[in-house]
Design a protein around this ligand. Structure first.
Ligand code: MN
Length: 355
């Protein structure tokens, strides 16, 4: 029995809305989901497991019509879904009312349920959120639903307010596979037995690294094999550059460009500039913002100077007076605070040309 496990697609989310690439992210999330449908069809997946937060918020009728259409494109794949803390099922909501034509089973709200699929001899146990928070340890109390069948647990949670659990406890419940959702970073918790596939696409700039889905196979007497497969369109990448006093602005740009081309220009970059630069260098990376997806540039560089030398040359101006005053200031007891104050003050004054 072949299954595909996804979670936290967050259809409807629009990350980086205010950025140049922002208008595309919403569509890309949907495209990633459509790609999963295609994979199920092409690779003849028996069962698609959706472990919560398929939608970013409780879905509208129209969103469910779209979902129904997508799921109907798969002729040989059944789908079982639980709602998560974002797309929880309210009583009488579209989730409960919409008459799906696709081969889909939605776990009922606010309680544990089993669904047995005879054709596949698989029993899925799950719990759909009926509200945004469940601080109770609900998943640890669920039990395999059917002896002699493959038993799968479909769960959403893992932090204090969302069905907290210990992986050891979940692993000991007797399920052949525990398909989890909620944590956006992929994590293989117990080998071939329990995993978070992570979100399909990274959903904000803190979610660095690749994202994807899990392909799995249940065979024999409950032998499970799973494989995590990355499929995201873009990744958030943190890039750090170590600068030196001899570097010039165009060289920084060239270095960044080279790295971006090497890692992939579709990715979204946060650039960290470290090291020591010449005090006359003006860093200007605006050209990069036009060409690539630059989330932000963090400039942590410091200037190349020698306090003693600076003082000799600047004895009679504001910078020299500042250095002297700070060196003589008795109220500062900790040397590291004096050092910091010196750095900020000197760099500010150098920056406005007070030397
Ligand atoms: Mn969640």
């Amino acid at each position: 029995m072949k299954f595909l496990h996804i979670a936290d697609v967050h259809i409807g989310a629009t990350p980086d809305r205010d950025k140049m690439w922002g208008h595309r992210r919403g569509d890309e999330i949907y495209d990633s989901f459509k790609n999963i449908i295609k994979i199920c069809e092409e690779q003849q997946v028996d069962l698609l497991l959706i472990a919560g937060d398929l939608f970013n918020a409780p879905p509208t009728i129209q969103q469910l019509r779209e979902l129904d259409y997508q799921l109907r494109l798969m002729r040989g794949t059944k789908t079982i879904l639980i709602a998560g803390n974002h797309d929880y099922i309210e009583e009488g909501s579209p989730w409960e009312k919409y008459p799906f034509e696709a081969d889909l089973f939605i776990m009922p709200r606010d309680k544990a349920a089993n669904v047995y699929i005879e054709e596949l001899n698989v029993c899925v146990t799950g719990f759909s959120y009926g509200r945004p928070e469940y601080p109770e340890r609900i998943l640890e109390r669920l039990k395999p639903g059917r002896e002699g069948a493959y038993n799968i647990l479909l769960g959403h949670g893992g932090d204090a307010k969302h069905m907290p659990f210990s992986k050891e406890k979940l692993a000991s419940l007797g399920f052949d596979y525990v398909a989890l959702g909620h944590i956006h970073k992929p994590a293989h918790l117990v080998k071939n037995k329990m995993a978070f596939p992570g979100s399909l696409e990274p959903l904000d700039h803190t979610e660095t690294g690749r994202r994807g889905y899990i392909m799995g196979e249940l065979s024999g007497a409950g032998n499970t094999l799973i494989q995590w497969i990355p499929c995201n369109k873009r990744s958030y990448v943190n890039m750090t550059l170590e600068l030196t006093p001899d570097i010039v602005n165009s060289e920084i740009i060239d270095n960044v460009e080279e790295e971006i081309k090497r890692i992939g220009r579709d990715n979204i970059y946060k650039i960290y500039l470290n090291g020591c630069i010449d005090s006359c260098l003006q860093i200007n990376l605006s050209g990069l913002y036009r060409e690539y997806n630059i989330f932000e540039v963090n400039d942590n560089t410091h200037y190349n100077y020698d306090i003693g030398e600076l003082l000799t040359v600047n004895e009679n101006n504001l910078l020299g007076r500042f250095i002297k005053a700070l060196a003589d200031e008795e109220s500062i007891e900790k040397p590291e605070i004096r050092e910091k104050a010196m750095k900020y003050g000197v760099e500010a004054l150098l920056g406005i040309g007070e030397s």
